[in-house]
Design a protein around this ligand. Structure first.
Ligand SMILES: *[C@@H]1O[C@H](CO)[C@@H](O)[C@H](O)[C@H]1NC(C)=O
Ligand SMILES: *[C@@H]1O[C@H](CO)[C@@H](O)[C@H](O)[C@H]1NC(C)=O
Length: 608
């Protein structure tokens, strides 16, 4: 009896040191929180008190169990799980959780402390057995991007990320590199790429960690990047990246112009075959010459690949309209003839070109034709294109927004151009299905999880749609909050406290699956032994977003993992455009914020 009381007393009094809890808003009624407490003596079982400034209805935690809720949800006692009961001097216990409530949360603040807990289950600690834990001030570094009020605001340096992401596309360049090549470890490559009649097919981007040129994902990425660049050009300016971005986006546009022959009605859609993946590991500079090329024609059509390329060219023409009018006109003319080809000769390209099917099997083309038509309408203001777009439009709520399915992109652009509420409702339905409470599972740390194959790319693509929809006044606050939470997850608000963007932050993937960066400098040989090497890639593939974690936030930094650790031109596109949106928001609104509450104000109130 006496000892029980002693234990109770010790629980209440052995307060050794507070650590701050960091919160970030996930959506209006939930915040993510995390803290780490240092362990100053060996423990076989532990309890932590978590204190919050507002009442929390439910805590979702994986690293601990909630054993007691006190003070109307303002204090929780957490206990170890069986698998993390043993902690040693010098360890740190880190806990991530989701705090849910049934009302709109204000900005949460909080702190946590480790109880002086019993050493084992037979001996209770005497009160004197406490060791003071190294204590950090209980000031709370709160929330969702508010921490850095130094002028750029935002939790992460989104401007830096923007520049890095452009560098990733520079590393993917094929062909003769320009004098201002930004990636020192890349050189000219694939100079023998040519069509069946000797057409010059040099240039473009390598698709991923391998070195095939696939026009479908290349054009999809170019369209999404151009869309973001057009909408948030101020972000690129502020980040000092405007010229760099114009250079970058011209690379694939130039390539598309080479691939399309409007007289012969032939469009080259692929250079290299997937079988190359299993036979060749190395740098693009060492690729075998005269790779196989594939095209779509009137008799072997590809409305999807031709459609999305027409969209990319039309978006590019809008970008270049004033900067370089004659180049803009060339892009527009190619977009129009390619669109006519895509709509006249209907077919799925991966059926016409079976070599594409193992990597990028397309499931349809109406969505690409819709996007092409709507971009052509934007570029020409010719109503014929708008009417076309409406006929290709689908009201479906798609599985994702991706290289294969651009349905929701078209719905959103149609809303933007027509303000017809039908389209708005479709976009809302799609985004609602992705936000908490919708139809997608979330990882314990808060990522909307669609598929383990490039999980972050799906997430970032939808974050892009959310930010873009917010620009059109669609659920502005909620969409911005949600997009921000997903991007912050990618940049470090996750279980590993890891940035999934190579070269960003202090901890990031070291072994992205990527041939060129896995090789030492020329002329050293590079082959499968470099693939199997246990060390980091010799070159830092700056700005690349890797595939990402599985549904339990688990991720391993292994070159052999093509599901979670590959990179691709498609992965970075929605991601980069979302980052541009965040730079735009942070420089137009956050830079004037002096305090967290003002930042929160920004997040909770629509822009005027
Ligand atoms: C915490 O650890 C102790 C000691 O291993 C164990 O007996 C107890 O069941 C654990 N608590 C929970 C909730 O699993
Ligand atoms: C805030 O951001 C600026 C610019 O990105 C950076 O230089 C500075 O170190 C950051 N400050 C803190 C406290 O993170």
């Amino acid at each position: 009896m006496q000892s029980k009381i002693l234990v109770l007393v010790s629980w209440m009094t052995l307060v050794a040191g507070d650590v701050p809890v960091t919160f970030s808003v996930v959506w209006a009624s939930a915040e993510k929180g995390s803290f780490c407490v240092p362990v100053a003596r060996d423990l076989h079982g532990w309890r932590i008190h978590l204190m919050s400034s507002d009442s929390i209805t439910r805590l979702d935690i994986t690293e601990a169990s909630v054993v007691t809720t006190l003070n109307n949800g303002r204090e929780f006692i957490l206990e170890n799980k069986s698998w993390n009961a043993d902690e040693h001097v010098g360890d740190t216990i880190c806990v991530d959780f989701l705090a849910n409530t049934d009302h709109r949360l204000g900005v949460l603040t909080g702190h946590a402390y480790l109880e002086g807990f019993k050493r084992d289950h037979s001996t209770h600690l005497p009160l004197t057995d406490t060791v003071s834990l190294s204590s950090t001030p209980a000031t709370v570094r709160s929330t969702h991007g508010a921490a850095n009020t130094s002028g750029t605001a935002g939790k992460y340096d989104y401007k830096e990320v923007l520049g890095l992401s452009i560098l990733f596309y520079d590393a993917q360049r094929s062909g003769k590199l320009p004098a201002n090549n930004h990636v020192s470890w890349r050189a000219d490559s694939s100079l023998t790429d040519k069509g069946d009649n000797g057409e010059d097919l040099t240039g473009g981007w390598y698709d991923a960690g391998d070195m095939i040129k696939f026009n479908l994902p290349m054009a999809s990425a170019t369209t999404i990047l151009s869309w973001g660049f057009l909408k948030w050009s101020d972000a690129y300016k502020t980040a000092g990246q405007e010229d760099h971005m114009y250079d970058m986006i011209k690379w694939p546009l130039d390539y598309f112009l080479k691939c399309w022959n409007p007289v012969k009605k032939e469009y080259y859609v692929q250079v290299g075959e997937s079988s190359l993946d299993s036979t060749f590991w190395g740098r693009p500079e060492d690729l075998p010459a005269n790779l196989k090329v594939f095209k779509v024609t009137a008799s072997k059509p590809g409305s999807d690949v031709a459609g999305i390329t027409a969209a990319a060219l039309a978006a590019g023409s809008v970008l270049y309209q004033t900067k370089d009018a004659s180049y803009g006109a060339r892009l527009l003319s190619a977009a129009e003839s390619l669109y006519a080809f895509a709509t006249t000769y209907r077919g799925i390209y991966s059926v016409s070109v079976p070599a594409a099917a193992s990597a990028y099997a397309s499931t349809g083309y109406n969505d690409e034709l819709c996007v092409a038509a709507v971009w052509l309408y934007k570029a020409t203001r010719d109503k014929k294109y708008l009417e076309d777009a409406k006929t290709y439009h689908s009201s479906a709520s798609p599985w994702a927004y991706s290289w294969d399915d651009t349905t929701v992109g078209c719905q959103l652009m149609l809303y933007d151009m027509t303000r017809d509420v039908t389209y708005r409702t479709e976009v809302q339905r799609f985004l609602t299905s992705w936000k908490p409470g919708g139809s997608l599972p979330y990882t314990p740390c808060g990522m909307a999880f669609r598929s383990k194959w490039g999980s972050l790319r799906y997430d970032a693509n939808v974050a892009f749609i959310a930010l873009m929809a917010a620009e059109d006044g669609i659920d502005q606050v909620e969409n911005r909050q949600w997009a921000l939470s997903q991007l912050n997850y990618i940049l470090g608000d996750n279980k590993q406290h890891l940035s999934f963007v190579v070269g960003f932050g202090s901890k990031y993937p070291l072994q992205p699956r990527h041939g060129a960066s896995s090789c030492p400098d020329q002329p050293a040989t590079c082959d499968w032994s470099n693939f199997h090497s246990p060390g980091p890639n010799p070159h830092v593939l700056k700005g690349a977003l890797v595939g990402g974690p599985d549904g339990t936030d688990t991720y391993s930094d292994k070159r052999s993992d093509y599901v979670g650790n590959e990179v691709a031109v498609d992965y970075n596109a929605g991601f980069q455009s979302t980052i541009a949106g965040l730079v735009h928001l942070s420089t137009t609104r956050w830079s004037t914020c002096q305090s967290y509450s003002q930042v929160l104000d920004f997040l909770l109130k629509p822009l005027m």
